[in-house]
Write a protein of this length. Structure first.
Length: 347
């Protein structure tokens, strides 16, 4: 029989509204630090408004992207090192947007957990704000979902949503032709793809996340949590030269699967694997797993996080624009007749 005098509250069910409000107040300064021309209001409304004309667009086409961080989160959660996964979240979205020729303008996040830890959540969202500053993108809102029974312990999940714009008729890829130069933009590490395999490799090695790294200083986790490189400022500079024909973000599927997405039918590419030096993390992962070269090239970025495609006559200007924003491109190959990617050299 039900006791009519007993009461239940949302807090009794495991959802703390006051904690959610406290989190919003804590992250407001981080969000405000990402403000850019076009932002019309701050956090706290039912929606966020953005003025495209104030951002400098005359006849804009909107472009959107959404992504997550994948099982890289497992390492961050297990080690408590959650400060940089927000950068990964932003990077995975905005690096895709710019491949369409769009300039990222604003970003929203979704943070879901079983029990809200204000400090941990704030560190994650402050990392998102850091990524937005790197991408000159405004953090205009998001959702914090406390869902008891859906996530255990300290577990949480992230999703990100980015919106950008370009002037009509300026989309990428365009004018890609046989003989175009492939400029590889170095990655910062594994970025945010292939981590289900990474975790299996580490398990097989017998090492723990906090053990000394076998291929560098610090812990193994510190190298595997190196945040994804955000390529927005250098690629936007390259876009402004007018000589950029295509961009390919090297994510899941590696070089083998992602570069063809930026090439028209009937065109492929020759890539020289000896043109750049692999980061030690890839040598270790490939060696520990005994990965065949073909498998490695369609699983990891193998040291190239983005590829810019341009005509030979424009290559020097595009390289200079990329370098002006701190990225040193490497000529890794050319566009060729025929579908598919052909490799020379060896990992």
């Amino acid at each position: 029989m039900t006791d009519k005098n007993s009461t239940l509250t949302y807090a009794d069910a495991g959802v703390d509204i006051d904690a959610g409000n406290a989190l919003v107040e804590r992250i407001k300064p981080a969000a405000s630090s990402t403000k850019r021309p076009g932002v019309m209001d701050g956090l706290g409304g039912f929606g966020a408004m953005f003025d495209l004309r104030a951002a400098g667009f005359k006849d804009p086409v909107l472009v959107s992207a959404t992504d997550g961080v994948g099982t890289k989160l497992r390492i961050a959660i297990d080690t408590g090192n959650v400060d940089t996964v927000g950068i990964d979240l932003v990077a995975m979205c905005v690096n895709d947007l710019v491949c369409q020729g769009a300039i990222p303008l604003f970003f929203l996040d979704y943070f879901a957990t079983g029990k809200l830890d204000i400090d941990s959540a704030a560190r994650v969202i402050e990392g998102i704000a850091d990524g937005c500053r790197q991408a000159d993108t405004a953090l205009v809102g998001g959702e914090t979902a406390e869902m008891p029974g859906m996530y255990e312990g300290d577990d949480f999940d992230l999703a990100g949503f980015a919106v950008g714009a370009m002037e009509r008729g300026q989309s990428l890829p365009r004018n890609v032709a046989e003989g175009d130069v492939l400029l590889g933009l170095p990655s910062s590490g594994v970025h945010s793809n292939g981590y289900s395999l990474v975790r299996k490799i580490v398990e097989k090695s017998g090492l723990g996340w906090n053990d000394p790294c076998p291929f560098g200083e610090g812990t193994l986790a510190s190298h595997l949590l190196e945040p994804t490189k955000i390529y927005i400022k250098p690629t936007v500079a390259a876009l402004k030269t007018g000589g950029l024909n295509a961009l390919a973000h090297i994510t899941g599927g590696g070089l083998t699967e992602n570069l063809p997405r930026a090439l028209p039918a009937g065109l492929g590419a020759d890539i020289d694997l000896d043109a750049w030096q692999r980061l030690p993390v890839f040598n270790w992962l490939i060696g520990q797993a005994g990965l065949e070269q073909a498998e490695a090239l369609k699983t990891f970025n193998c040291g190239i996080g983005m590829i810019a495609v341009c005509a030979e006559r424009n290559a020097s200007a595009v390289e200079a624009a990329l370098a002006s924003e701190g990225v040193q491109p490497v000529r890794i190959g050319r566009v060729t007749r025929g579908n598919g990617i052909r490799y020379s050299g060896a990992l």
